[in-house]
Structure formats: structure tokens, C-alpha cells
Design a binder for this molecule. Sequence first.
Ligand code: GLA
Length: 697
Amino acid sequence: MPIHTTSDGWVLETQATGYALGLNQAGLLVHRYWGPRLLDPDDYPRAPDSAGWASFNNPAQLTPEEYPGYEDMKFVEPCLKVTFGDGVRDVVLRFAGAEVHEADGPELRIQLRDQAYPFRLTLHYRVHAAYDLIERWVTATNDGDTPLQIERIWSAQWHLPPGDAYRLSHLTGRHMNEFSLRREPLTHGVKVLESRRITTSHHHSPWFAVDRGHADEDAGEVWFGALAWSGNWKLAAEVTDFGSTRVNLGLNDWDFAWRLAPGESFVAPSSYSGYSYEGFGGASRRLHDFVRDTLLPHGKTLHKVLYNSWEATEFDVDEPSQIHLAELAAALGVELFVMDDGWFHGRNHDRAGLGDWWPDARKFPNGLQPLIDRVNALGMEFGIWIEPEMVNPDSDLYRAHPDWVIHFPTRARTEGRNQLILNVARADVQEYLIEKLDRLLSDHNIAFIKWDMNRNVSEPGWPDAPSDPRELWVRYVQGLYHIWGTLRERHPQVIWQSCSGGGGRADLAILRLADQIWVSDNTEPATRLGIQEGFSQLFPANTMEAWVTDMGASYLSPAFRFHVSMCGVLGIGGHLARWSAAQRTEAARWIALYKEIRPIVQLGDCYRLRSPQMHPYSALQYVSKDRAEGVLFVFRTHLQGPAVLPPIYLRGLDPDARYEVEGIPGARSGRAWMHAGLSIPLNDFASSARRIRRAAG
Ligand code: GLA
């Protein structure tokens, strides 16, 4: 039973972990424990009492509350800040009941009620036992007859065991250089990571891992988590003056307000967190399995090798040139042909066309059907690029509806890449986009959509907002989910890819809609190694679309370029018409090999053996779930000579079974490959992909 009720609270148990919370003597809902699962529900520590410290630190300041509201003399980061109708800005929440819903997750629901106002908060704890994850979110309800205003509503405060010093791992970056992994000590005060860009952002990811400073990929205690939200978010990791460490995760409260009308509820997004005693690798593998098994719309469907025309032709697409590329792609073994930007009305460059989602009559005089028919006849599926939330001022849509964009009437409308953002919080905008895109999908045999989003917000106004215009930050994302969700429901066979100028919208919530993420516009393979490593902290390889393009082709071998992309979902994005016959023959060989190994890469366990961000000689391994097969990728970028290359120690094998590693004579035990290691000599900018197979008998 994953949820136990104990004398002073509740214990949530997963396969390997326990999480305990309860009521202390003062009646406050407090954190008790988060770590390895203990033998007995009564083994978990009791709820800590509230103690104070002189007049400057009331008990409220020192109590590890599960979900502190702003009240009393509380100066730690609260999760909730509310202003009631009469102007009172202090929320006094106290325990009012708890229920366990076994069928629903299972889920523990705890009710907190304000002591003076008809305001209620439900804390939800859902246990994902097989993944050692706990999902937390909250619902706020106004049971009264006057509106109130929510100014902050985070999804969870995650408490680390008290009294220790911790290190925070997080991802940071920018366009063309997303997902750089950083590790730094958490010191007294608050470390804030956030997005204020209306998307998840290239700059930080709503993900964290916290350890005591000495965990590695294989071993050590790691507490980790992520927020499932694709708009403004905030992570506030606080070390209090009394040495208590907690990580808050939720919607960004910056410029945020939500008017909660009588009878209404507000549901905050889910935050998922877990504990691993198998280091950062163990944390990642738990998230990977969870994403693949429970979030992705098409779950464990193997993804096809695609060709995308963007880096080859940019806006210069038309029927004959796309058909030519499609013929070349089919001959390589490509299974899905994706036409990128440039196909729709008036789209000859990035200054016009966005919003007018029908085929450009000059480029496609007979519509898209002849191209799609040809692609299908070549044995490939057809995919297409869209950027629904955007509009160019030079478009029929903007000329008809200039008021549909996010703007302040008295301010200039700042353009990014010559475009403005449609306010998808508006019902009329939602209807327009659903109608246009539904028609595109209904009229054509489209198997794949790349959904792009190429700028961040400015002048975040909503002139005729029905409620507080600052609700835009949340209602925009809800509108996006509504449009995308409606289209997905109507066209369930379509595979969607989330792109935002690369990895600008990568999070657990978008993966309920999209099966894949376009990780970065940077396809230079050596740089990509680090980007992909960061991405893999959170996301599984079957969500990681990776193209071989012409970037890096002048100094990196085709093998290196293919090996990098084969670590995820292989795609091709180079200008095939300019590839020589020999290059195309070699590409066909790599694609054929990828098709053999893709079940292991896309659905297996990922082991980061040596970090490319730390070492110019790096390695990554995938192992099938039954541990019968694996693939090892080894890369060397520039290493000053003379260099002694370290052994590579494999991971994830059955220690007592015997395995063969391609290119190395003789079978050895899993134990030997994992502890004695193997040597893969490589020159600068060379790579190797080796298959690993359990030996017969
Ligand atoms: C963004 C995407 C690219 C490409 C272009 C098209 O930059 O990340 O892959 O689709 O837009 O304009």
C-alpha cells in the first residue's frame, strides 16, 4: 500500500523511497521525511514541533511546513500569497481533513482551510510508485461570495533533510546553446531560476537535482524534480538562516495575479519529484521511464528517421524542389519527409506570412497534395512545420485582426524576428487557429507536425481581458494547451514535435502533447554533445530529435556526425542535393544501422559514462530493458597530445552474464566490462559506436 496513515500523519511509499508528512503539536502540516523507504510506517520520524528563537524568529519562521502561506512572522519563501476582498493580505491555513483515493493514482488529498475566510486549499500528493516519484499540485477554491486575488501559488515546497549543505544541479543556456549542466553549492539565501518569457525558455529549465556534494552518475543520494508547465515558472531554492533547505517550484509570481471569483477553483500545475540513491544517472532513468510510460501521447512508439528541409532550402521551398529532396531522402532509407518553414501564403522570407496557414499558391499551384502523394508513393510519411501562435504584421490575418496580438494600446509593439504574438488566451484566436489547422490536417495526409514558437513576449498587455489582465501568463498557456489538445484529439495519429527556436519549450507538460522536442537550432555535432547531455538529465532519448546537417561537415567525419545524432531520434537536415553519391551511400549505411539499434536507444536505459561537458573524451551507453543488448558511443573532440585515454567502464549489464562488445575479441562477464573496463583508442574528432550483445549460453 503506497499511502499509510500513521498516528501523526501520512507516509507515501514508492518502490524504493518514503515521504512522510504530518501534523505537529501546533496543528501545522509539516514535513517529516524524504529518502530511502524504511521498513515500517512507524519508523518514520515524528512531526517536528514548532519552536521559536527570540522575538525575531517566531515558530512560523522555523517550522518545516509542507505548504506555507504568507502569514504570521514568516520570512521564508511562502508558497501562497492571497489578498482577500476586504484587503487582508494574510492567509491562515489550517488542517481540515485528509482523504486517500486509492484508485486515483493513488492520491492523498489534504484540505487546508483559512481560519476566517471561506477559502480552501487542497494539497494533492499522487504516488508514482514504480518511478520513485511523487506528484504534487494544489487546488485553491473560493467558497465565499466575494472575489479574492491570488498573487503567488506554487505547486510544492520540497524539503531536504535538515542540517546539511547541499549542491544544486540545474540547466541553463540560451538560443543555440541550451541545456548546459551547472552544479553549484546552495548557500544561505534564495537561488532563483525562472522564466518570464511566456514559454519554458532556452535559458533555464524547470528541473533540479540536489545532492550533498558528492553524488556522481552511479551512486549517492539525489533529490530531483521538475515542473510540468510550459509558461512562466519559478524555482526558488532556499537555505534558511537555520540551515533548512527547501526547493519551491511553481508558476512564476512575477507580474502575476489571478482573480478567484466566488465558487471558482484554481488548479496549479504538477510538480514531480523523486529520490534516487543511484546518483544522477538513477534520477534521470526514473524520469525517462516515467515520461515514456505515462506522459508521451504515443508512449513507446519507435520514432521514424526523418528528413527536414530547413537547413537545406530555408524559405525557398516549392513543389519540384521538395519532390527532388524527397526522392533523395527516400533513397537513403528516410521514413518521414518534413517540409519546414516557407510553404504557406506569402511566406518568402521571415517578414511575412505567419498567420495565413494555407499553401502558397505560387509555390504550390496545385496545393500540397501532389507533393504529399509523391512522398507517400516513395514510401515515406509526410510532415509539416507550423508556428501557430505567431503573426507577421505583413499577413492577411494581422490586417484583419490587429487587436488579436499581445500588446498595450499606448505602446509600440516590439517585434521579434518581425513577428508579434497572437494572444491565444482569447477564445476567438483559439477558434481561428483550431479551424485553420484542423482544415490543414483534415485535408491532407499529414503524419507529423513541427510546432514552432520563435520569439519571447514583450508589452504583455491584454486590453479587453475579461478579468485581471495579468492572468495572461497562465491563460496563454492554457489556451495553447487547449488548441494543441483539441487538434491532437481530432487527429490522434499525428506525431507532434515541440520546437521554440530549438529547445525553448521543453518541459514535462508539453510532452503530454508532443512526442518529441527539437533540442536546439545548433546542429554542430561537437557542441551538440554537451547540449544533448544536459537534455538527457530530464528527457528520454526517444523525445530527442537530432539531425545530421551540414554544420561541422568540413571538419567532422560523417561517422562522428551520425553517431552524435544516433544518440537520440536520428534525422537528416543537410542539403542532400549537394551530397556526393559516396556521401549518400555512407548516410544510407548509418541510417540502416540506426534502424537496428533504435529500440535500444529510444527505449532503453541511458548511462552517461563520461561527460562531454567535462571531458573531451566522452562516452554514453544505452542498454535494453532486458539487459540483453546495448550500444556504446564514444567521442573524442580535441584532447591535447600526447594523451592517455582512460578505460571506459560499461554500466547496466547483468554482472553474471557474458557479453560481447563489437570490435573486441572474446566474451567477458558483465562484471568485467563494468569494472575492468575496455579501451577505445580514438584520434581527435573521432568517434565509435559499438554494439553490445549478451553471449549465447
Ligand atoms: C526555428 C526552428 C528551426 C526552423 C526555423 C524556421 O528557428 O528552430 O528549426 O524551423 O524556425 O523558420
